[in-house]
Each structure stands twice: as structure tokens, then as C-alpha cells.
Ligand binder design. Structure first.
Ligand SMILES: N[C@@H](CCC(=O)N[C@@H](CS)C(=O)NCC(=O)O)C(=O)O
Length: 222
């Protein structure tokens, strides 16, 4: 409409959150103009009446594109990859290659995401919030689940190709890497255990290196 000012794409993020970082990295890698609205979970900013109107689930991330409000990192990433002219590797248009990304992302939200997040919760967040040391038994169980997930990444997804869903980096690698880095960088007692998994299995180690190298090549500035 003539004279109507285009409204900038807005994303509501807390950069301490793994799915939020995946969106932030994707937007920056692809130079998609956007405005970040910070929502600090630790300050309860996701529970204000105003934010609850935007997302009744009181979670980040949220994307607002004109009047279109979208929640769920997976949906947001796929929307952005489809709407903007981004390189096809992120979310391929070819039906089978796209289905591979959908296959991983569906699996991600019941495996990599909860298992990595639980280790972080048990070892870092809960002790910080309660002032009590981590429960070793609960940590051990959480690490066992995570180890199982990492074993699947190594022996299922990465067995077929260098990146999780093909020969190039995609949304799937971004989501997975943000979850795994959260635990790795937490300085937690499980670090050595996770490092064992991340550093030892050859395909996972190579994948880690390839994802990071790919990001550096994109001259990422976050
Ligand atoms: N499935 C959602 C998960 C979103 C989510 O769990 N966000 C967390 C941060 S990582 C959050 O907002 N937590 C706030 C709370 O639960 O109070 C997605 O992928 O976007």
C-alpha cells in the first residue's frame, strides 16, 4: 500500500536460550533484517501480561512479521528459510532433501533438545536456583539419556552424510549444535562426560568441526 511503512521483522529472544540462539544465528548468517526484542527469562519478562498476550505459553522465541505471530523455533526457522531468499542448503526445496531436515527436526524435539536441556537443568540451573548441589543420581540418568541421543546422532544421522541431513549445513545442524553447546559450555561436572561423547566418536567430532567452520566462513557476527 502506497505510503505504508514496512514493519521490520521482530524476534523476541533470550540469548541464554538454545532455540533463540539458533534463530539469532540463522538471521545473522543470512543477513535478514530484523529487530531483536530481548525477553529475559531470569527476570520473568516472559510472564508479563503483555508478553503472555503475544505467546500464551510464555516461552521464547517468538517471531512477529507484520501481524503474523509465530512461536516454536522449528516453525520460525522454516518460515524464515521459506520466506527469504536464503541458500537452499538451510531448508532444501527438493522434497526428499527437505524431508530429511523435517525428519531430524521432528526427532530433535523429543531427543536432542530434552536430553541436552535436562543435563543443563540438573547440573547448572537447579543448583543455581536452589543453592543445593546437583543430585548425582539424576545427573547420571540425564547423562545416560544424552549419551543415547549422541550415539544415535553418530550411528544414524551422521553415518549417512557429513551434516545431519545431507552434504551441507541445514537448520537441523543449527538446532542440534545450539543444544549441545549449551551443555559443553556450562562448565558443569558432566562436561567431561559429554566432552567424551562429543570429542570421541569420530563422525560427531568431525561434524562439530564442520558446523563451526561453516559458521566462521559465513563471517557470523553475533
Ligand atoms: N519448543 C519450543 C521450546 C521453547 C522453550 O522451551 N523456551 C524456553 C527457553 S529455552 C523458555 O522460554 N522457557 C521459559 C519458561 O519455561 O518459563 C521451541 O523450540 O521454540
Amino acid at each position: 500500500m502506497a505510503g505504508r511503512k514496512a514493519v521490520e521483522l521482530e524476534v523476541y529472544l533470550d540469548l541464554l536460550s538454545q532455540p533463540c540462539r539458533a534463530i539469532h544465528i540463522f538471521l545473522n548468517c543470512n543477513k535478514i533484517p530484523h529487530k531483536v526484542k530481548t525477553v529475559a527469562i531470569r527476570k520473568g519478562e516472559n510472564r508479563t501480561p503483555e508478553y503472555t498476550k503475544l505467546n500464551p505459553m510464555q516461552k521464547v522465541p517468538v517471531m512477529v512479521d507484520n501481524d503474523f505471530v509465530l512461536t516454536e523455533s522449528d516453525a520460525i526457522l522454516k518460515y524464515l528459510a521459506t520466506k527469504y531468499d536464503v541458500p537452499g542448503n538451510w531448508y532444501p526445496r527438493h522434497p526428499e532433501r527437505r524431508a530429511r531436515v523435517d525428519e531430524y527436526t521432528a526427532w530433535h524435539h523429543t531427543n536432542t533438545r530434552p536430553h541436552a536441556a535436562k543435563v543443563f537443568l540438573m547440573e547448572v540451573l537447579l543448583p543455581h536456583m536452589t543453592g543445593q548441589p546437583a543430585d548425582p543420581l539424576k545427573v547420571e540418568r540425564a547423562l545416560a539419556d544424552l549419551s543415547d541421543t549422541l550415539e544415535k546422532l553418530e550411528n544414524m544421522f551422521l553415518k549417512r552424510q557429513p551434516f545431519l541431513c545431507g552434504d551441507d549445513i541445514s537448520l537441523a545442524d543449527l538446532l542440534a549444535m545450539c543444544e549441545l553447546m549449551q551443555v559443553r559450555s556450562s562448565g558443569s561436572t558432566g562436561l567431561s562426560e559429554l566432552s567424551h561423547w562429543v570429542n570421541q566418536p569420530p563422525l560427531l567430532r568431525k561434524w562439530s568441526y564442520n558446523v563451526v567452520r561453516n559458521m566462521s566462513n559465513l563471517r557470523l557476527s553475533v
